[in-house]
Design a protein around this ligand. Structure first.
Ligand code: PGA
Length: 256
């Protein structure tokens, strides 16, 4: 199974979100070989988009998830609230949260722990900044993120363990990582995740994110090391998102 996750970030109001969600439904209509498609609109649009997606195969995701069940966490949305709004997935530890809003490894862990107590499936984001790559320290940096988030977590065995490898320098930069860099890091992240969690191989899914476009999606998705892509900018263009979903469909069809 391949995953295509669209992260709409801080874009689109409720009406625009519903319109884009309808577009995504049309993209999948009638197609048989399709990936798991997840769209992550802003919080304000979740509820309406959930109604739009009701009878479709497309899943709803949130862009973050609160660190507790309820209580004094001003500005946060709990995992149960996300379930209530119709979400199946939640992105956690996105680099924009870590770098613009100071979310530490510890906060990311707390968010993950809270999410794992519910049916929401977390998508944990990891990835190194340019300075770490320049000094050849990308593996050490990412392993700290993985260890801090995953060690001694109670992961429901029926859920996949989804990790998005997103090098910070590739996000929104129009310069994706090279296929060689992606394969090296995915192999490493998969191995480390298995070591840290003891999770079975087939349950660990490693997605790539960072300037994924219709021009490079097929090259990434055809690799068995790449279980999917997390798409930012290109996910709010229906034409581009359709082409990326189509690339995943082509890879799946070729494997059948
Ligand atoms: P991008 O964003 O596709 O615009 O680089 C990816 C992400 O932030 O997940």
């Amino acid at each position: 199974m391949k995953y295509i996750i669209g992260n709409w970030k801080m874009n689109l109001g409720i009406r625009e979100s519903v319109a884009l969600a309808r577009g995504v439904i049309r993209v999948l209509r009638g197609k048989e070989a399709t990936p798991e498609v997840v769209i992550c609109p802003p919080f304000t649009a979740l509820s309406e988009v959930s109604k739009t997606l009701a009878r479709s195969r497309i899943k709803l995701g949130a862009q973050n998830c609160g660190p507790g069940k309820s209580g004094a966490f001003t500005g946060e949305i709990s995992p149960n609230m996300l379930l209530d709004a119709g979400c199946t997935y939640a992105v956690i530890g996105h680099s924009e949260r870590r770098h613009f809003f100071g979310e530490s490894n510890q906060i990311v862990r707390e968010r993950l722990t809270a999410t794992l107590k519910t049916k929401i499936i977390p998508v944990l984001c990891v990835g190194e900044p340019q300075s770490e790559r320049n000094t050849g320290n990308e593996e050490n940096y990412v392993i700290d993120q993985l260890k801090s988030a995953l060690e001694n977590q109670d992961w429901p065995k029926r859920q996949p363990l989804l990790i998005a490898y997103e090098p910070v320098w590739a996000i929104g930069s129009k310069e994706s990582a090279t296929i060689a860099q992606i394969l090296a890091m995915h192999t490493f992240v998969r191995l480390m995740t298995k070591k840290i969690t003891g999770f079975p191989d087939q349950g660990i899914k490693i997605l790539y994110g960072g300037s994924v476009t219709p021009d490079n999606a097929y090259e990434f998705l055809r690799e068995s090391e790449v279980d999917g892509v997390l798409v930012g900018g290109a996910s709010i263009s229906i034409r581009k998102f359709e082409a990326i979903v189509q690339s995943a469909g082509d890879v799946i069809s070729a494997q059948i």
